[in-house]
Ligand binder design. Structure first.
Ligand SMILES: Cc1ncc(COP(=O)(O)O)c(C=O)c1O
Length: 414
């Protein structure tokens, strides 16, 4: 028998093994100064393309004022306890009603964190008799929610409706045998590559198969659709999403999340979601802050317009300069390049230190070996100057990548 910590100390896990080379720079970097298009990293000003503050609310003076006023009035503790026991207030109810109205659903239920909420909602929605069918590229919170499921699950190829249909046929057989139902799970926007989930086609399958659809619209909420209600609104199928989810961590630049659905379903979640029944409620400052943000989403369409002006300029500029930005049809802007992990590290170092560009880097195993994905998130706070400076920097960086400069730098550092 071993001491449990023997393995933990020896094997730090797939990411942890890079800690020595990466910590403080590539992982756990410290972006300093007010959240904006230009922040400070490693003592230098950088254009920040890595934060999901889509609408630029994180540091908006009205938001800061509302957050501060709520914290001054209530502190950060109120209300104490879980919603069910002692942590319920009229403001939590008001926020739920406003969230539901915003995404055109009957009712909503708040959760403290999107991640935990999603895990717990999946756990609550299905029993061992039911079958889950989900996209293979979904966010970790969905994967972990599915892990809790005691019944059968099928995974379909990413955004592949044919593969979904095949799995629905298998799921239908299984659910019929078990006298259960089927839950299909997709994202509204896949946050790495920026493709919208093919909700319209998924919903069309409801004519042939009996299933309910849960959509995680973390990146679509506030950014897509005429009113900002997300990917379902954008694709004209919001009413066919049975359970809609969005987090406050992106467009709302806050913390917390919500589920929206028919009243009966929301009531079921209120009484059965363990992450909320057995945890302290969302603090009042977050709730009042979210009410303010939601009001701004409703009344300040210029924020979304600016976001899209920047997104369109960035994406068309990158394409015109020959960059591969995949199949994005959202604000999430991936740039695909070829290279290995050490090259990617040297390249990102150069971008940050010499060009003043800070973006996220994604490598194998998240994407195929030999590929590098630089992920850019435009926001309403960016300027067209930020966009053109970034495209010029990227062109120069690509020349170096193709000329083997980063390979040589990486070799000297090995
Ligand atoms: C697609 C998706 N779902 C869920 C979450 C988790 O939300 P939260 O940050 O509120 O826990 C995230 C990340 O924030 C996300 O990108």
């Amino acid at each position: 028998m071993k001491d449990l910590f023997e393995r933990i100390i020896k094997d730090k896990g797939p990411l942890g093994k890079w800690a020595k080379q990466a910590e403080g720079y590539y992982v756990f970097p410290k972006l300093e100064g007010p959240i904006s298009n230009r922040m400070t990293f490693n003592g230098k000003k950088v254009i920040t393309w890595s934060i999901n503050d889509y609408l630029g609310l994180a540091n908006h003076p009205e938001v800061i004022k509302a957050d501060a006023a709520a914290a001054a009035e209530h502190g950060m503790a109120y209300p104490m306890g879980a919603r069910m026991m002692s942590g319920h207030t009229v403001f939590h109810e008001q926020l739920e009603q406003e969230c539901a109205a915003f995404v055109n659903k009957e009712a909503a239920y708040l959760v403290n964190f999107g991640y935990q909420g999603m895990v717990s909602a999946i756990d609550a929605l299905v029993t061992k008799h039911d079958v889950i069918v989900y996209d293979m590229d979904t966010h970790a919170c969905i994967i972990d929610g599915v892990r809790l499921h005691a019944g059968k699950r099928f995974v379909y190829k990413h955004n592949d409706v044919e593969s979904l249909e095949k799995n629905l046929q298998r799921a239908t057989k299984m659910a019929t045998q078990n006298n259960g139902g089927i839950l299909v799970i997709s994202e509204g926007v896949f946050g790495m590559r920026g493709e919208q989930g093919r909700l319209k086609e998924i919903v069309a399958l409801k004519k042939k198969y009996n299933f309910r659809l849960l959509v995680d619209d973390a990146h679509g909420f506030g950014t897509l659709g005429k009113t900002g209600a997300g990917a379902g609104e954008e694709q004209g199928v919001q009413d066919d999403i049975d359970v809609y989810f969005a987090t406050f961590a992106k467009s709302m630049a806050g913390i917390g999340a919500f589920f929206a659905a028919d009243k009966d379903i929301i009531q079921y979640l209120q009484y059965n979601m363990r992450s909320q029944m057995f945890a302290k409620t969302l603090p009042m400052a977050m709730v009042k802050g979210a009410l303010k943000r939601l009001d701004m989403l409703r009344t300040m369409p210029e924020l979304k317009e600016k976001l899209w002006e920047n997104t369109n300029a960035l994406q068309s500029g990158l394409k015109e300069n020959g960059f591969d930005i995949g199949n994005t049809n959202t604000c999430v802007t991936p740039v695909f390049l070829e290279g290995d992990i050490p090259e990617a590290m040297a390249m990102v170092h150069d971008l940050r230190e010499n060009y003043g560009i800070f973006c996220s880097i994604v490598v194998y195993p998240v994407i195929p070996k030999g590929m590098i994905l630089l992920r850019l998130i435009p926001t309403a706070t960016h300027t067209l100057e930020d966009v053109s400076e970034t495209i010029t920097a990227f062109s120069s960086m690509r020349e170096k990548l193709e000329g083997g400069v980063y390979k040589r730098i990486a070799a000297t550092m090995a």
